[in-house]
Design a protein around this ligand. Structure first.
Ligand code: SF4
Length: 215
């Protein structure tokens, strides 16, 4: 059955999207503004927070983690986790495309992450998914500025911790470069653990007895 969030949350989401699309606070950035209905359902089972818009991905499609290599790997990892993309919401710490003088992707500056932080905080208020997934160190750091946590990728990837009345799970970003820091097989194990965490949280939200979800 199609889930329907309350009208006031749908209205809050539309207002948030309008605010993002009107924002030009960051110079030196292509204003892709990747937030909208295609990001996922407001009543998602999990919200994924990635880093920033990619030149061949979200900057083309308007949707985070689509089309480019990271997007393809993200889809593969979701399949490993047994998570349907239609059930999750996907956003970025930075909603536009940080690029260098040649238009290539670059890491977002701390000042750019800080500027976009109010939009991330509002997104988390509107999209009240029980599980929040940080994809990479930039996203994990941004979430730590929304509300402090003591999690690191190296120590806590694929594990669940209580955070703001929700469950926060750090994961490596699905970029190919991330395998330099954590091998693909280990990351696949993280995603299987994440799938179990999301399913347990959904059962708990539906009224089943609480489940210990720490992987
Ligand atoms: S990255 Fe965020 S703060 Fe910067 S221009 Fe885009 S929407 Fe505005």
């Amino acid at each position: 059955m199609q889930r329907q969030p309350p009208p006031h949350r749908r209205a809050a989401f539309r207002a948030l999207v309008r605010g993002v699309r009107a924002c030009a606070a960051c110079t030196g950035m292509r204003h892709a503004h990747v937030l909208g209905e295609a990001s996922g359902p407001v009543d998602a089972r999990a919200i994924f927070v990635a880093e920033a818009v990619g030149r061949r991905g979200g900057a083309v499609t308007g949707v985070p983690l689509t089309r480019d290599v990271s997007g393809q790997r993200f889809g593969d990892f979701l399949a490993i986790a047994g998570i349907d993309r239609r059930d999750v919401f996907i956003t970025n710490a930075v909603l536009c495309h940080p690029h260098d003088h040649a238009g290539r992707n670059r890491a977002p500056l701390p000042s750019e992450v800080a500027r976009c932080l109010p939009f991330l905080a509002r997104t988390l208020d509107v999209v009240r998914a029980p599980v929040v997934v940080a994809l990479g160190a930039v996203a994990l750091g941004a979430l730590g500025r929304v509300a402090p946590h003591a999690l690191t990728l190296g120590a806590h990837a694929g594990t669940a911790r209580a955070w703001r009345g929700r469950i926060l799970v750090p994961m490596y970003h699905p970029s190919r470069q991330s395998t330099l820091h954590r091998p693909h097989d280990a990351q696949a194990g993280d995603w299987r653990a994440l799938g179990a965490i999301v399913r347990a949280a959904s059962l708990s939200a539906a009224g089943a007895p609480p489940t210990m979800v720490t992987a």
